[in-house]
Design a protein around this ligand. Sequence first.
Ligand code: PSU
Ligand code: MN
Length: 303
Amino acid sequence: MMDYLSLSPEIKTAIEEEKPVVALESTIIAHGMPYPQNVKTALDVEAMVRVNGAIPATIALINGKMKVGLSADEIDQLGRLGEQFIKTSRRDIPLLLATQGNGATTVASTMIIAKMAGIKFFVTGGIGGVHHAAQETMDISADLQELAKTNVAVISAGAKSILDLKLTLEYLETHGVPVYGFGTAEFPAFYTRKSGLGVDARIDDIRLLAKAIKTKWEIGLTGGILIANPIPEKYEVAFDYINQAIEEAIKVSQQKGIKGKAITPFLLGYIKDITKGESLRANIQLVLNNAQLGAKLARAYYS
Ligand code: PSU
Ligand code: MN
């Protein structure tokens, strides 16, 4: 494993010294946002983690290595090359390593690599989940399986309603993944604070959140924890506006017969294009907001 896993010196020391480290994914950079906003956002998110007293570790596959803690140059390359970094979930990792490839890590693969490195906290935007019509397509993101089994706490703004959020929450319940709403009893839908669906528990106190996470792992309950942190009110996108865009995206994806790992990037790209700057702005702000919470949570955990 050591041959494939590469930690930056800063991250290696931080983990050894049990300092708070926060993992960050790379699909959101390479596939989720246009250049150069993606690079700026990635660097701003890292800075936000630092300002809040933790150490950021952006993760990607670079030249056949699972890299934990990218340099500013590597982040720039990731953002410039964008989709040339292959979207890499759990099943894609082996062949990419075997062929010295470059890969952008999803929630699932970022969790896997964070766990290998010894990182317990991971900040993202939105997780993958159960797609609409999954009863027929069986399209359920590998992110959910990973949350079920890998000991990493994931800080998100919920999930986009490109997914069936009700079924996504049912799946997480079946697999014993706690879903904690930070300051909210409602599961947020990424662009909006509301989804009409509840979380398991609302937690307002970061120390209690850290204690619940610690307790889960202390008693040997394996698997992740999903923290749902709603987008700040002033950056919310209008509920009807965004949901119309999402509905249209889903309809077009069905007409085009898009399937498998291509569907999430297609939907995200379509929404981004038709809502232009507004959704991108919201996306950037909610990730920054999650970075702040993730850093504070990691600090509370290690204090
Ligand atoms: N949902 C978002 N933004 C994202 C993704 C999903 O709102 O960037 C990305 C994440 O990297 C996530 C992946 O882990 O897509 C899920 O893809 P799939 O549904 O193919 O598992
Ligand atoms: Mn899928």
